[in-house]
Design a protein around this ligand. Structure first.
Ligand code: NDP
Length: 241
């Protein structure tokens, strides 16, 4: 039987590419999303991947959602915590809501989701948890203290889950992408894109979603079983760590 992979925010952008790549690699894939039914239904029709709608920032919704996925697709062997949002503002102008929404979606979600699948993985003696962090969680970035705090938190979470579950056949790793060509960047003004983003990427271009998804399939494989607690930086040379 094929292993089951669950990808949060798996219907668009980086997550959409991850869902498709895992399906192509032979996994039974389930993808979640938050509210964009049009994009999710289009993705489902095009790929045949079942989609599930819930808010990954809501613990009870994650509990119920994972039960639904496991009933329909099977016990989760690979969890990709990918869903994320931005709500940018400099700290002196940031509202509590901007702070809290970003922490909830990008960091609380890691606990909310991983907590649902970890015991099953431990019982079965196999698991792969892959958390999508960000270059900005590694280096900091003006204007997005909420996002940087959440994404840095993802890295600490990753290392701890790796340590706690290392003897149970479970690996937990993070990917820290640089700037990737998705809707998440749609609101970045052109001047900032050129002068503050592209000018700082040694390879001179944004990343493409497939350049992230191929690294997820790599980490999900049996052959990656000795990699745990790592952060894979994929950023066009922008931040070398
Ligand atoms: P997109 O905005 O293109 O897609 C986001 C996906 O996450 C969508 O499927 C969306 O669902 C889902 N989502 C958002 N909020 C929630 C929620 N509360 N509950 C469930 N699902 C949710 O984002 P990207 O593909 O660009 O980003 C994916 C990940 O990569 C994020 O964690 C992001 O922080 C990270 N990242 C992105 C970078 C980039 O340059 N693009 C750089 C570094 C990291 P719906 O379609 O319903 O809205």
């Amino acid at each position: 039987m094929a292993r089951v992979a669950l990808v949060t925010g798996g219907t668009r952008g980086i997550g959409g590419a991850i869902s498709k790549a895992l399906k192509e690699a032979g996994y039974d894939v389930a993808a979640t999303y938050a509210g964009n039914d049009e994009a999710a239904n289009k993705f489902k029709d095009e790929t045949g991947i079942p989609v599930f709608k819930w808010d990954v920032g809501d613990y009870a919704a994650c509990e119920q959602g994972v039960v639904d996925v496991e009933n329909q697709v099977g016990p989760v062997d690979i969890l990709v915590n990918n869903a994320g949002i931005t709500k940018d503002a400099p700290l002196h102008k940031m509202s509590y809501e901007q702070w809290s929404d970003v922490l909830r979606t990008n960091l609380d979600s890691m606990f909310n989701m991983t907590r649902q699948v970890i015991n099953g993985m431990r019982e079965r003696g196999f698991g792969r948890i892959i958390n999508i962090s960000s270059i900005n969680g590694q280096k900091g970035q003006a204007g997005i203290a909420n996002y940087c705090a959440a994404k840095a938190g993802d890295l600490g979470f990753t290392k701890t889950v790796a340590l706690e579950n290392a003897k149970k056949g479970i690996t937990c790793n993070a990917i820290a992408p640089g700037y990737v060509n998705t809707d998440l960047l749609a609101n970045v003004p052109e001047e900032i894109m050129q002068k503050a983003i592209l000018a700082n990427i040694p390879l001179g271009r944004l990343g493409e979603v497939d350049e992230i998804s191929r690294c997820v399939t790599f980490l999900a494989a049996d052959e990656a079983g000795w990699i745990t607690g790592s952060t894979l930086s994929i950023n066009g040379g922008q931040y070398m760590i």
